[in-house]
Design a protein around this ligand. Structure first.
Ligand code: NAP
Ligand code: GDD
Length: 331
């Protein structure tokens, strides 16, 4: 660990995920010492942060990885006590909505109670820190758009319900214990680092592979769902801004635009001069028992208070993602 009293230390749970990897980049660029919690796995799960890896024996190293899990309270207490971070970004979760219907209990344990374990670990360690909770537009569920910080929650999945619980726990630690705890209510945000089973990455990947003759069809579920898709690197900047604000509060981050899954498919396939209708087949296995029909965010509070505004809109996002897939295939 570097020992300069000026250096800010951040702890990221979920550093190996899409957002964690972009956030680690951002914080390292800003001069932070970054600590990340990773899960022990029998295969490497650090692919998204490989380019950031620094040998911890190097005296200049500012990135440190620690084994840990959201289900292991004592480990969270020890780690927080040892690292004593100035800022904690809690991004780790079972984050797949469809999977949460198959694994509701596990999702509740990690995505929901995991937040409580972390908040309680901070309280037990007795440190002064700022806490970011990765809340989600999925919490709005069936409540019609536009959705803002004052929109009532109506979760439609075990994942959404677990995130509502995490949201209220962060609020409660703020109100009950005076903790600087912030909820970032983020609408869908994507990138070439998005997990391959989320819809944008699945479509971008399929369009690229089909255009190269590697596959003919991709099997999809509901193409009529409306989402507000932004670009992940911009959203992690918003997370950081929330923790720099003079007081803790809750903020929506979104583009305010509405596209259907079908629109996104159209943009991805048009990028490689194909018609999506020739290549998409229906598989009911990708439907959800309860669907969230439309998410469209109103991020005006974040714009006014934090000066944050989404720049990249879905057509450009589709272009970025398909281009990255094509480049990968040409390696
Ligand atoms: P992601 O790519 O699925 O990353 C999830 C991270 O959590 C991974 O690093 C994963 O580790 C880790 N993790 C899962 N279970 C864990 C456990 N039991 N203990 C410790 N770590 C665990 O998710 P993301 O897209 O980056 O999203 C980051 C956060 O924002 C999540 O909480 C998500 O629910 C929330 N969110 C995302 C969006 C979005 O559109 N991306 C929108 C709103 C909210 P492995 O790499 O080992 O699997
Ligand atoms: N994954 C997937 N796969 N989704 C499909 C498919 C398919 O084959 N076909 C249609 N969809 C539809 C889903 O039914 C959903 O309406 C929409 O595409 C988006 O699905 P996902 O990309 O899986 O994202 P999500 O909106 O359910 O959840 C993501 O965004 C939330 C924020 O609103 C995740 O990142 C969550 O972690 C996040 O909180």
């Amino acid at each position: 660990m570097t020992d300069t009293s000026q250096t800010k230390r951040a702890l990221i749970t979920g550093i190996t995920g899409q957002d964690g990897s972009y956030l680690a980049e951002l914080l390292l660029d800003k001069g932070y010492e970054v600590h990340g919690i990773i899960r022990r796995a029998s295969t490497f799960n650090t692919g998204r942060i490989e380019h950031l890896y620094q040998d911890p024996h190097d005296s200049e190293a500012r990135l440190f990885l620690h084994y840990g899990d959201l289900t292991d309270s004592s480990r969270l207490v020890t780690l927080i006590d040892k690292v004593a971070p100035h800022e904690i970004y809690h991004l780790a979760a079972q984050s797949h909505v469809r999977v949460s219907f198959d694994e509701p209990e596990f999702t509740g344990n990690t995505t929901g109670v995991g937040t409580t374990r972390l908040l309680e670990a901070i309280r037990m360690a007795g440190i002064e820190t700022r806490f970011y909770q990765a809340s989600s537009s999925e919490m709005f569920g069936a409540t019609p758009p536009p959705q803002s910080e004052t929109t009532p929650f109506y979760p439609r999945s075990p994942y959404g319900a677990a995130k509502v619980y995490g949201y209220w726990m962060a609020r409660n630690y703020r109100e009950a214990h005076g903790m600087f705890a912030v909820n970032g209510i983020l609408f869908n945000h994507e990138s070439p680092r998005r997990g391959e089973t989320f819809v944008t990455r699945k479509l971008a990947r399929a369009a690229a592979r089909i255009s190269m003759g590697l596959e003919k069809y991709v099997y999809m579920g509901n193409l009529d769902a409306v989402r507000d898709w932004g670009y992940a690197p911009e959203y992690v900047e918003g997370m950081w801004r929330m923790l720099q604000h003079h007081e803790p509060d809750d903020y929506v981050l979104a583009t305010g635009t509405a596209y259907t899954v079908r629109d996104f498919a159209d943009h991805c396939f048009a990028r490689v001069d194909l018609d999506y209708r020739d290549h998409i087949r229906f598989d009911e296995g990708y439907l959800r028992p309860t669907e969230v029909d439309a998410l469209i965010g109103d991020a005006s509070k974040a714009e006014n208070a934090l000066g944050w505004k989404a720049e990249t809109l879905p057509p450009q996002l589709a272009d970025i993602m398909v281009t990255a897939e094509l480049q990968d295939l040409q390696k």
